[in-house]
Design a protein around this ligand. Structure first.
Ligand code: SAM
Ligand code: SF4
Ligand code: F3S
Length: 478
């Protein structure tokens, strides 16, 4: 899953509370909560769970940090610079606390889990530390802080999925929402901190997932993204070896969940992220092709185009395996677009190995990629076993080359769409012009077109007339 920057504050969209806890029926406690989210979509989705748990205790969310009684930062540890940004922000809040001594400042998410008590003891930056599996405990933790103690809960769980909690939607779009289907990750890629910060993988009860999709549809949403670090390993009531856990209950795997989600309503678009190359089966591609409302886009992070590097990364596949997965997608569902993630300058990466990433990009023609230089993370297998020996300037130069190639293939992908009539879900007014609307096609590309009187949340047919590498431009065909 790409690293989405939700660094800006997100607050409860009061017009969209129907499906979540009915805030009107809960007596406000007079306290205001300010939430800031960093990192991936999972974190953003978790913030909606946090908002729900605290709304249930009477907390109202606010966008205005000046009126907040509780400030919570939901943080990311994926790369060092993600943590640096949060630290800077925490220092801002430390200053603020001097002027407002009763203010509760807490850190949630992956950085909280990674650094635990040290954030309280050594750095004295916060009053409260809560890891990703302890959000149900937040009301108690805040109470402890108000009672003059520091509070910490970083226990990871094998069961917690927050499946029964109706998230309070924090974005203002009212059109597209994230629905979490798994938590944690069992893959142990050698560069990655997520298994340490999120714990063991577990799947959420499918009934609660489908109910959430249904509720979202009834509230006017028209797109959901099923979220997990590796959606393909979604398994309800099954062990990782496929054995049934409870004979009284049925089992559900990812293709089945995808199909059931598509059946919620033909007007509800389904996306999913992230697929793992070692686990993504042809069955998934067949289900995608079968349903018009499952979007024709697979995010399939490769990380590197070289088998030796992939082995050191512990990714569980080779260059050839990945290419075979691409061939399968092209054979079964030729219209489907594919996007990816890359890391440049992983331990020991040679110039030739870097060239293999570039040549793989030529083979795959990704529509989009998230691209990063390698950042060594404490306690990971790579940190313990390999030397982070590629100089920063080499990592950066390789990244620049990867970015340039990606830009080329994004343009190639978009040019292929010229002249087509595409179904676009209208998301709202374009940021660049009040006279234009913006939406997305099934391939997850932004489409901009003249406003007319089309409404947010409706589908329109747009003839694509022009493009940049990031955006398609067109006109609505009645
Ligand atoms: N579960 C997803 C997968 O397996 O592809 C990825 C999740 S991770 C949150 C998102 C991306 O961050 C990864 O695909 C990888 O490209 C990047 N990433 C993770 N650890 C990194 C590290 N130590 N340095 C640089 N990039 C990293
Ligand atoms: Fe990290 Fe690998 Fe799990 Fe993705 S699959 S979250 S990269 S360990
Ligand atoms: Fe996501 Fe960052 Fe954690 S990418 S899972 S918030 S380390």
């Amino acid at each position: 899953m790409g690293d989405i920057d939700f660094g800006h504050n997100k607050t409860i969209d009061e017009s969209r509370q129907g499906e979540a806890i009915t805030v009107e029926t809960i007596t406000p406690n007079g306290k205001k909560l300010y939430l800031e989210s960093y990192g991936c979509a999972m974190n953003f989705s978790d913030s909606e769970v946090v908002a729900s748990i605290l709304a249930n205790q009477g907390y109202e969310t606010t966008r205005n940090v000046d009126e907040a009684d509780v400030v919570l930062l939901n943080t990311c540890s994926i790369r060092e610079n993600a943590e640096t940004r949060v630290r800077t922000r925490l220092h801002d809040f430390k200053k603020r606390k001097k002027a407002q001594p009763g203010l509760v400042v807490g850190i949630l998410g992956c950085m909280a889990e990674r650094l635990k008590q040290s954030l309280l003891d050594e750095e004295k930056l916060v009053d409260l530390v809560a890891g990703p599996d302890s959000y149900r405990d937040l009301p108690n933790l805040i109470m402890d802080v108000n009672g003059g103690q520091k509070a910490v809960n970083v226990l990871l769980s094998r069961e917690e999925t927050y499946g029964d909690i109706s998230p309070v939607r924090l974005d203002n779009s009212g059109i597209s929402a994230f629905v979490s289907i798994t938590r944690g990750c069992d893959n142990m890629c050698s560069f990655c901190v997520v298994p340490f910060t999120r714990g063991r993988e577990r799947s959420r009860d499918p009934q609660t997932i489908l109910q959430e999709c249904q509720t979202l549809f009834e509230a006017g949403y028209r797109e959901v993204t099923l979220l997990g670090q590796n959606v393909d390993s979604y398994r309800w009531n099954m062990t990782s070896k496929g054995e049934v856990k409870d004979a009284q209950l049925g089992t559900v795997n990812f293709p089945q969940l995808l199909e059931m989600s598509a059946q919620v309503n033909p007007d509800l678009r389904i996306r999913f992220s992230t697929s793992h190359p070692k686990d993504m089966t042809d069955e998934v591609i067949h289900i995608m092709k079968k349903y018009d409302n499952i979007c024709a886009h697979i995010h399939l992070p490769v990380q590197s185009g070289n088998t030796e590097i992939l082995t050191k990364m512990n990714r569980g596949y080779t260059r050839e395996w990945y290419m075979e997965r691409i061939d399968s997608i092209r054979k079964i569902y030729p219209e489907c677009v594919i996007s990816s993630d890359f890391i440049t300058g992983f331990c020991g990466e040679t110039e030739e190995q870097h060239q293999d990433s570039l040549s793989l990009m030529d083979y795959c023609e990704f529509s989009f990629s998230y691209m990063y230089t390698y950042s060594e993370r404490p306690k990971t297998l790579a940190e313990r076993k390999y030397e982070d020996d590629v100089p920063e300037e080499v990592k950066n130069r390789r990244l620049t080359e990867i970015i340039a190639k990606q830009r080329h293939y994004a343009m190639v992908t978009n040019q292929r769409h010229l002249g087509q009539i595409q179904k676009v879900l209208v998301e709202g007014v374009s940021k660049k012009s009040q006279e234009e609307l913006v939406g997305r096609n099934t391939y997850n590309t932004k489409v901009v077109f003249p406003k007319g009187d089309y409404e947010k949340g409706t589908y329109v047919n747009v003839k694509i007339t022009d493009c940049t590498s990031a955006t398609l431009i067109g006109v609505v065909i009645e």
